[in-house]
Ligand binder design. Sequence first.
Ligand SMILES: C[S@@+](CC[C@H](N)C(=O)[O-])C[C@H]1O[C@@H](n2cnc3c(N)ncnc32)[C@H](O)[C@@H]1O
Length: 238
Amino acid sequence: MVAISNSNYNYLNFLAKFGIGGAHPGGIELSKKVFQKESIKRSTQILDVGCGTGQSAAYLALTYGANVTGIDNNTIMVEKAKERMASGPLSVKIIEGSIENTSLLDDQFDLIISESVLSFVNKPRALKEISRLLKSGGRLIAIEHTLNEHTINKEEENEIKQFFGFDALLKENDWISLLQQAGFHNIEVEKGIVVDSEADYHFSKDIDLEYYSTMEKLAEINENYEEILSYRIYLCTK
Ligand SMILES: C[S@@+](CC[C@H](N)C(=O)[O-])C[C@H]1O[C@@H](n2cnc3c(N)ncnc32)[C@H](O)[C@@H]1O
């Protein structure tokens, strides 16, 4: 087993230092398939919560001409997302901040996407904020790690939670309850499929060796828990 010796070398900092785009299960190719089923137009106002390096935000602006705002609370991710947007005239605004408490105005978005972000935050708080920001009838799409209906022992559970920095490991019904409690309806759940997405890296110049251990540990976790830990796409309406 590869040990991670220092909590600064956590999973999210590893993603930021490597500048991994499409850092959610299924990657950008899954996102493209999911977006195709929504009615996204030039006038659609979209918020990409925990936008990371901005791969989905850029794709939505380029493909649909939509107005996209990306928010992320990691300074390195925000810098890399801004760099990506500077490479062309894209209608994307990137802001640094937490989705648990933003200064954005009420009822301004038609669509909010959260691609592997809710698992890392205070979920009730973030969902309350997302609901506040969505227009009535607006859509939320969340692609989130989800436990399959397998039994998992405490040790395994702790290993996964500790590695990713999750406060809990949720099953499909747990996610549905959270969405319902936040007032969302028409909740649909799609099972994760395996999709090949091209790697997208924007490396920082100063990557500590320790982060390469995080990469090894990620591969180990993915392999060991492939049957247990999967993902779902949660689609719902405010
Ligand atoms: C697994 S990454 C996914 C990034 C991006 N959605 C993607 O698919 O490439 C999770 C992202 O959520 C961001 N994040 C974590 N907590 C957050 C919070 N409270 N508010 C905003 N962003 C947050 C992290 O900085 C990171 O960029």
